[in-house]
Design a binder for this molecule. Structure first.
Ligand SMILES: N[C@@H](CCC(=O)N[C@@H](CS)C(=O)NCC(=O)O)C(=O)O
Length: 240
């Protein structure tokens, strides 16, 4: 559980809902780092205004994810992903080696990290939920189209190098993984190229471990009650 002598503890939110938590958790796993995961229940008083006491006890921003590396605290999902990239075990690169491809990876990762508000609002991550397709607000539809374009362009450019967005698995895949779950949850129809990448990330062994540890609850981050009957159907194999 260390980099050097530092014990690594990654504090995350509810696995079913916390898209920001999933990203660095995958990056840490893919980096080959040994770390403890501590899940904090977000459905508590103070949620939404960064005042959940259990989160404030470990995070200076009142948000998860936050990584404790010995005495050092690293908050914000992208910063933790970068920490994982810097400390990845020998032979593992979490950013592409080639300069122009790496710049592409940075661009699409930053675009996701800093944008897509309507998508986040209307399609909150709920890994275990399945909904029928529905019409979206124009601004949300525009976000969906932009993400699909990003994925389709990546697959067209880098398919020869491997099945991930930039060919080889990178932080960009971790950054977009929650969006793949959202599109599955809400039944968004995608191009063949975009769908192929979703299949790759949704079948990743580490993602599957996170998914298996996700628990359906009567609380979700959008304030609505989840339809837990759908979860039961999934567990019985009725849903993919
Ligand atoms: N920009 C931050 C966002 C983190 C964030 O908003 N996390 C949510 C959980 S998914 C949170 O902790 N919310 C607590 C609250 O709103 O009270 C990051 O990338 O880590």
């Amino acid at each position: 559980m260390s980099v050097g002598s530092d014990r690594l503890i990654l504090y995350v939110g509810n696995r079913n809902y916390s898209s920001w938590s999933l990203r660095p958790w995958l990056a840490m796993r893919w980096a080959g780092l040994k770390f403890d995961t501590v899940e904090i229940e977000l459905g508590q008083p103070g949620y939404g205004v960064q005042q959940v006491a259990d989160v404030l006890a470990v995070s200076p921003t009142g948000t998860v994810p936050v990584l404790h590396a010995g005495q050092t605290k690293i908050w914000d999902s992208l910063a933790i992903c970068q920490y994982a990239a810097e400390n990845a075990r020998d032979g593992v690169s979490l950013w592409p080696q080639e300069r122009s491809i790496r710049a592409h990876a940075w661009s699409i990762s930053a675009e996701m990290h800093s944008g897509f508000g309507p998508l986040r609002q209307d399609l909150p991550m709920n890994i275990l939920r399945r909904c029928p397709p529905q019409p979206w607000r124009p601004q949300t539809q525009a976000c969906i189209a932009r993400v699909e374009q990003i994925w389709t362009d990546c697959r067209a450019a880098y398919a020869d190098a491997g099945p991930w967005l930039l060919g080889q698995r990178s932080i960009a895949d971790a950054i977009y993984a929650p969006v793949a779950t959202r599109f599955r949850t809400y039944g968004v129809t995608l191009s063949a190229g975009a769908r192929a990448w979703c299949d790759t990330v949704l079948n990743d062994a580490d993602f599957l471990e996170w998914e298996d540890a996700s628990v359906p609850e009567s609380w979700d981050s959008s304030g609505t009650v989840v339809i837990d009957g759908l979860y039961a159907a999934r567990k019985e194999g009725a849903l993919s």
